[in-house]
Design a protein around this ligand. Structure first.
Ligand code: PLP
Length: 447
């Protein structure tokens, strides 16, 4: 009775790979939620689950190669270390940006050559630098003088990349308060590196994650040029430019699309760094991971707020929220779903994201991508834990739903799974793999 009806078109015969279907994301969602038999199943198939479309990652890679052919992507593992995502990127030949010993170890265990890893954390633990030295992961960033002394002690043969400060005012997640040497300080740092006999090979920067102004990249390229010239004067021979992350994955016309960034970044690099001897890399995270993951969540409970307010608990927090009490005759609902802020939706807290709930199934009817011709009510959506910070939105607008219905949220691959916890004893949402591009299967099989 509980068997999945999903017609899995099996990917690849390699035992260590999980199943990869060749269904569309919609088909995977449908087969899963329609196979649910809540009264008879013990398999907890009412759990929230995530569908990862590896085809989307592949398309993003092709898009990158089309628009920024000179830049080799070093995927930022911190964004989402899902093993299949990493496997696919390894097979596609990208490099990797690692932030810690564990990330480096993961990639080395997967067979990545150390020269394809940049340890791009300017403030590193001494033992991690030693680990990088032992495993020949030479490229690493720095932005302060103490780091130079540490590296001199633990890995004097490292190939250093100076991370410079950028204007991150046009980014959702700002990084410049924490990292980056100002142009007033780069001369001193390079001079110190020289005195210590360290090898500095280039410049890196990060314009901030979720950058929404393509000109931030141009400004950063000009700063990098300044530091290259400074380094030449000090006798260094720089040959690496690392343009960091921040790349948009959006295809929407009124957003800053990846194409828009590429259309100014590519020419700026060619203008300021015309020599082919300058190797250019980037550290995209969100760009690759975000669009490939969709989460489906089950509505496990609901409350009708106005009734509560009228009859029971007038001092409740929500009474302060005008959207719920603003003279509307309809009840407002509070839905409780089975993944939340302590799980996949931690991106709301840590990554400043606003997520958009959509109705996946209502009263047994599968509704992916459909707009319902029904009135919408304002609603809160809560995660499953007993903590009241665990709130996914206080501004939802959805048709009336019931426990047992399903919601879905798209573009949930960046800074979600990677920081998810099991707080309150909840499991992390399981990932189901599919690919909407058949080449992925061959690429993985050949790897
Ligand atoms: N590189 C570094 C050093 C970062 O800190 C980050 C994100 O914080 C990234 C790359 C990836 O950035 P994004 O996901 O915006 O591309």
């Amino acid at each position: 009775k509980c068997e999945s009806t999903q017609k899995d078109v099996l990917s690849t015969n390699k035992n260590d790979l999980p199943r990869i279907s060749m269904l569309s994301v919609e088909e995977v969602l449908k087969s899963h939620v329609l196979s649910l038999d809540i009264d008879n199943c013990e398999a907890e198939n009412d759990n929230a689950f995530i569908v990862a479309d590896l085809g989307e990652i592949y398309r993003q890679h092709l898009r990158w190669q089309t628009h920024l052919p000179r830049i080799k992507p070093f995927y930022a593992v911190k964004c989402n270390a899902d093993p299949m995502l990493l496997k696919l990127l390894i097979a596609l030949g990208t490099g990797f940006d690692c932030a810690s010993k564990t990330e480096i170890q993961t990639l080395l265990n997967m067979g990545v050559d150390p020269s394809n890893i940049i340890y791009a954390n300017p403030c590193k633990q001494g033992s991690f630098i030693r680990f990088a030295a032992e495993h020949d992961v030479k490229m690493m960033t720095f932005d302060n003088v103490e780091e130079l002394h540490k590296i001199k002690r633990f890995f004097p043969n490292a190939q250093l990349v100076i991370r410079i400060l950028t204007d991150d005012s046009k980014a959702v997640v700002k990084l410049s308060a924490k990292f980056g040497a100002s142009l007033d300080n780069t001369g001193f740092l390079l001079q110190t590196a020289r005195e210590l006999g360290l090898s500095v090979i280039g410049v890196s920067f990060h314009v901030g994650s979720g950058c929404y102004d393509e000109n931030a990249y141009v400004d950063a390229i000009n700063r990098a040029r300044f530091v290259f010239d400074q380094a030449t004067e000090l006798g260094f021979n720089f040959h690496l430019l690392d343009v960091g992350g921040g790349f948009s994955f959006s295809r929407k016309n009124n957003d800053v699309t990846f194409e828009k960034i590429a259309s100014v970044l590519g020419p700026a690099i060619d203008k300021c760094f015309p020599s082919d001897n300058i190797h250019v890399i980037a550290e995209p995270g969100r760009y690759y991971a975000a669009p490939a993951f969709t989460i489906a969540t089950h509505i496990i409970a609901r409350r009708i707020v106005r009734r509560d307010l009228d009859e029971h608990i007038p001092n409740m927090d929500v009474i302060q929220d005008e959207t719920l009490v603003a003279g509307d005759d309809h009840p407002s609902f509070m839905y409780y779903i089975n993944d939340g802020l302590y799980g996949t939706f931690n991106c709301i807290l840590f990554d400043h994201q606003i997520v958009t709930p959509k109705v996946l199934m209502k009263e047994g009817k599968f509704l992916f991508g459909e707009t319902l011709d029904e009135p919408e009510y304002n609603c809160f959506i809560w995660g499953p834990t007993c903590d009241s910070i665990d709130c996914i939105t206080k501004n939802g607008s959805l048709p009336e739903l019931l426990p047992g219905d399903w919601l879905y949220f798209e573009e949930m691959g960046a800074y979600t799974i990677s920081a998810s916890t099991k707080f309150n004893g909840f499991r992390k949402s399981k990932i189901i793999y599919t690919t909407t591009d058949p080449h992925v299967l061959t690429i993985l099989d050949d790897a």
